[in-house]
Write a protein that binds this ligand. Structure first.
Ligand code: SF4
Length: 482
């Protein structure tokens, strides 16, 4: 078995022949579309890093499941060291790409499904765990990208799945067959879906009695019949289609989100890992969410490193780097960024073995990590905007820079610290713009708020995990209160 290179990965995705709806057009080969390509570059990076002699020890790991070396993006964590290394790897990918590299959702889904199916089988005598192990062994051997699909459209938020005017607003099993199930519904915000080989569908919330149809977890190939992809817009996304790369900000990489519709899609029995066991739907949701909240303690920190570097550089280019208030702002950015990282490392280092044998993060600390992520990147973006100056929002285009008539004025009047070329100053400003207000802000800001659940979801989990009764009891004992 050989781990794929970035190039082999690109070929394998191309060979699937996926179709997608992008900006009102149906496109036959998303892999060569200007909007999709940067996101594919980011995924390809996760493959090449496993072959790079500088990083292969972090990206490659021995898997007891397939008894071979695999890319860590497909690994079932065997220790707290594995959990810590996952976060380190994500920070590295974040700082190298400056965007969401999309491959972690499948990894987080796999680890959650592995332990949940084991416990479900113990209680209900089902056969899901063995099925999932066989499936994931194949994923590891083929070194595939898997999309973890959790978020349902949810319709009227005040109503349960069974009360919605359209039952598809929560993805459900529409038909039970002897050889499998037929599912119907949609998953929103699907990170990297068009760059994936496989999809792991999961329930979106804890299901109650009467909601068995919605308690479904299964795997599908992305080219399965009945699946439709509608590409998500990002701010300033069409800059990626323009002639000049300078205005994009991040010249090579980018993220991707897709609305995915499942129209009566058949799933064979051997790919079904939960089918009506409502008591395990919540377990699966909580475990997946916790893993992904841990993930943000790595990836968002890496992108934060890019923003801090760009902010320090623009301060130098603007000639203000010696000012005390600029240094204070940079230190504040570093402090916030490293606080997120500390949470990512802490929830990993204090993780625990599950009954199935893989390792689960410390759920309380993972939720604290993500709650910080809903706030700190916004503060980093505010400070970067402050330091960069108003030009961030008013700078002329790359096309005007190239125009012989206007270009000379732009070079003359946007010149600053003579150690730097005007065009380089423009590149750094565009990179900051990308992260605080452009296409990159989807991954760095909006995703930080809502990805892996909004702040209210983390607050609920924090309250649930914090053992407040135990703390009160300690105080009572301490004070001799009956
Ligand atoms: Fe990975 Fe972060 Fe993107 Fe989630 S948001 S897929 S953790 S890079």
């Amino acid at each position: 078995m050989a781990m794929k290179t970035g190039e082999a990965y690109r070929k394998s995705i191309k060979s699937l022949g996926l179709k997608a709806h992008v900006l009102g057009e149906t496109i036959g080969d998303p892999t060569v579309h200007g909007l999709v390509e940067p996101s594919q570059n980011a995924v390809a990076f996760t493959y090449d890093a496993a072959h790079d002699k500088e990083t292969k020890t972090l990206f490659c790991v021995e898997s007891p499941l397939c008894k071979d070396v695999v890319n860590r993006f497909t690994h079932l964590h065997q220790s707290t060291d594995d959990l810590v290394n996952k976060v380190k790897m994500q920070r590295y990918c974040g700082v190298q790409t400056g965007c969401c590299f999309q491959r972690c959702v499948g990894l987080d889904a796999a680890n959650a499904i592995f332990s949940t199916t084991y416990e479900c089988d113990e209680k209900h005598g089902t056969n899901y765990h063995k099925r999932f192990k066989d499936y994931w062994k194949w994923i590891q051997k083929e070194d595939l990208v898997v999309d973890g699909a959790m978020t349902d459209p949810k319709g009227d938020r005040g109503k349960r799945p069974v009360e919605q005017h359209d039952l598809d607003l929560f993805l459900r099993v529409k038909e039970q067959r002897r050889d499998g199930v037929v599912i119907s519904g949609a998953k929103l915000h699907q990170t990297g879906m068009l760059n994936s080989h496989e999809i792991l569908v999961m329930p979106t919330l804890t299901m109650r009695p009467g909601e068995e149809r919605w308690a479904v977890c299964c795997a599908l190939p992305t080219d399965a019949e009945g699946i439709r992809y509608i590409y998500g817009r990002q701010s300033s996304d069409t800059r990626k289609l323009e002639e000049y790369r300078l205005d994009v900000g991040n010249p090579i990489y980018g993220g991707q989100e897709v609305m995915t519709v499942f129209e009566d899609v058949f799933v064979p029995k051997e790919r079904v890992f939960l089918n009506g066991e409502i008591d395990f739907s919540g377990t699966l949701v909580e475990r997946f969410a916790s893993y992904h909240r841990q993930s943000y303690g790595g990836c968002k920190v890496g992108v934060g490193d890019v923003l801090i570097g760009a902010t320090a550089l623009i301060a130098r280019m603007n000639g203000v780097h010696k000012a005390g208030h600029i240094n204070d702002k940079l230190v504040e950015m570093i402090h916030l960024n490293e606080t997120i990282y500390s949470c990512g490392i802490a929830c990993s280092a204090t993780g625990e073995r599950t009954a199935a044998g893989n390792f689960q993060v410390n759920m309380l600390l993972a939720n604290v990590c993500k709650l910080n992520v809903t706030r700190f990147p916004y503060e980093l973006a505010r400070l970067a905007t402050d330091v960069a100056g108003g030009l961030l929002g008013t700078m002329p285009s790359a096309a005007d820079l190239e125009d012989p008539l206007t270009g000379k004025y732009i070079r003359k009047y946007l010149a600053s610290n003579p150690e730097y070329e005007t065009v380089d100053r423009m590149k750094v400003l565009r990179l900051i713009e990308n992260l605080v207000a452009g296409a990159g802000a989807v991954g760095y800001l909006i995703e930080s708020m809502h990805g892996a659940g909004p702040p209210a979801a983390q607050r609920i989990m924090i309250k649930r995990q914090a053992e407040i009764d135990k703390k009160m009891m300690k105080v009572k004992t301490f004070l001799g209160i009956q």
